[in-house]
Design a protein around this ligand. Structure first.
Ligand SMILES: [Zn+2]
Length: 108
């Protein structure tokens, strides 16, 4: 599929990663998937890579810009997207999801 057709968000969003891998980072432009231990690791990995990509763009003015995108079970992750879908966002400090985690623990 041409990359310009890919939708990361919304009702017709597409999976760009691997569904069996809970947390990963997708490098758009290289089409690499990097498996991560947790959301915290994925966020740090993505932030560091995006900073390097920004630095490359500033210094080399490349047209081939790379982007690091955090994936949750193969779909692009944002906290707001996960909440809109009614899914645990995975953030350890999220009050709303933390409440859900404590009630599901209490129920089991
Ligand atoms: Zn949350």
């Amino acid at each position: 599929m041409p990359q310009s057709r890919i939708r990361l968000f919304g009702p017709d969003r597409q999976m760009v990663g691997i569904p069996e891998i809970e947390w990963s980072v997708w490098i758009l432009g290289m089409d690499d998937i990097h498996e991560q231990e947790s959301l915290a690791h994925a966020l740090q990995f993505a932030a560091e890579h995006n900073a390097m990509f920004a630095d490359n763009r500033l210094h080399y003015d490349t047209r081939h810009t790379l982007h690091a995108v955090v994936l949750h079970h193969g779909f692009a992750w944002t906290q707001a997207t996960e909440h809109a879908l009614g899914v645990d966002c995975g953030h350890s400090d999220c009050g709303a999801c933390g409440f859900g985690r404590s009630t599901s623990k209490a129920a089991s």
